[in-house]
Design a protein around this ligand. Structure first.
Ligand code: GCO
Ligand code: MN
Ligand code: MN
Length: 391
């Protein structure tokens, strides 16, 4: 029997080397799983039906590797990807582990740190392009503070802008076909991180020299940590044509960055997100990678890691089917049908003094409208019943 939820290449599921390779260490205890070889991870990802793998430079190449060591590692990795039919759609750079970055990379006060960050990122861009990546993610994990006495936040923003502008020019100068995706997070590992939400990033992007090359990489857990709606953040990014990449996982509100298996904590929100990405409620399907930036519970061994990875993809496909069922439900269509009023709609945009007059002379029974129920209780119950497989 064929499994209708089995992942297929066209589903575009990707995992980071750092996700399925996460050995389970946390601030209170060491690793509980062995370190896995990146080539073995890629082979296994191919076996379980993923489409691609993403990486930080140092997930593959040790921080202090020589040029010839680097080339050997990259050669073996490319061979493993080809053999497994796995692509590398996204790459990034680790600007948070080495102590040189303890007070930030592009925003650090010391110009030598900022120079080192630019150099390391250019090398990581070269690596990503060599592996075929079309998106390069910036997650400024250390770009923040514990004490804001150390730096004017305006200076931090200007330094970050200088860095991204420089790197956009580098990509153009090399003739690379590569876009940047900026990832926001409110805190952790810093007390506060600059540009804490996707909305902050969307504004910052518009201040760049080459804003057309730069979009966002929103993450479920990060927006949820800030107590915000991920669906709204992704919707705003899509509406602005700035959704370049996405980090899927799950998270309880008010906790540390949990990076749980996709859909584990928030199946209803996950379903609403999939409606947007797949376009089941209207609008075009978003064609980017469905990237899982999550990791297995610390309780698991290596087999548990693959249960985790299969679970992310399977839950996505089950929820996609549920979203399609919800949006083809006749009652849902009727409840959500767009209200059109050809006499009023043209008055609501494109100001003119005549429209002001027309708006003022409209007869609107505010009490009757205010008294009518919206039926969103009914709609949400139908959503829940589709989610639970009862409809
Ligand atoms: C985190 C982040 C990272 C980034 C990754 C790629 O909270 O640790 O989500 O996992 O996404 O560094 O840029
Ligand atoms: Mn992330
Ligand atoms: Mn995260």
């Amino acid at each position: 029997m064929t499994d209708r939820y089995a992942p297929k290449p066209e589903d575009r599921f990707t995992f980071g080397l750092w996700t399925v390779g996460n050995p389970g260490g946390d601030p209170f205890g060491p690793a509980v799983r062995p370190t896995q070889d990146p080539c073995d991870l890629v082979r296994k990802l191919g076996e379980i039906g993923a489409w691609g793998v993403n990486l930080h430079d140092n997930d593959l190449i040790p921080f202090d590797a020589s040029a010839s060591e680097r080339d050997t590692i990259v050669g073996n990795f490319k061979a493993a990807c080809e053999e497994s039919g796995i692509v590398v759609p996204m790459a990034t750079t680790n600007l948070f582990s080495h102590p040189i970055f303890k007070d930030g990379a592009f925003t650090a006060n010391d110009p030598k740190v900022r120079a080192f960050a630019l150099r390391k990122t250019m090398d990581a861009i070269d690596l990503g392009v060599e592996l075929g990546a079309k998106n390069f993610v910036f997650w400024g994990g250390r770009e923040g503070t514990e004490s804001d006495a150390c730096r004017d936040p305006r200076t931090a923003i200007q330094r970050f802008r200088d860095g991204i502008n420089f790197l956009c020019e580098y990509v153009k100068d090399q003739g690379y076909d590569l876009r940047f995706a900026l990832e926001a997070k409110p805190n952790e590992p810093r007390g506060d991180i600059y540009f804490p939400t996707t909305g902050h990033m969307l504004h910052f992007i518009e201040t760049l020299d080459h804003s057309e090359m730069v979009g966002v990489n929103p993450e479920v857990a990060h927006e949820t940590m800030a107590g915000l709606s991920f669906v709204h953040a992704v919707g705003q990014a899509m509406e602005a044509n700035k959704l370049f990449h996405i980090d899927l996982n799950s998270q309880k509100i008010g906790r540390y960055d949990q990076d749980f298996r996709f859909g584990a904590e928030d199946p209803k929100q996950a379903l609403l997100l999939i409606r947007l990405l797949e376009g089941t409620a209207g609008g075009e399907r978003w064609e980017g990678s469905r990237h899982f930036d999550a990791h297995s519970y610390r309780t698991e061994d290596i087999d548990g890691v693959w249960d985790f990875a299969r679970g992310c993809m399977r839950t996505y496909n089950i929820l996609k089917e549920r979203a399609q069922a919800f949006d083809s439900d006749a009652e849902v269509k009727q409840l959500t049908a767009e209200m059109v009023d050809p006499a009023i709609d043209p008055l609501l945009k494109d100001f003119s003094p005549q429209k002001v007059e027309a708006l003022r002379s409209l007869s609107i029974d505010h009490d009757a409208i205010g008294a009518a129920g919206m039926q969103w209780e009914r709609l949400d119950q139908i959503l829940i019943e589709h989610l639970l497989g009862a409809r």
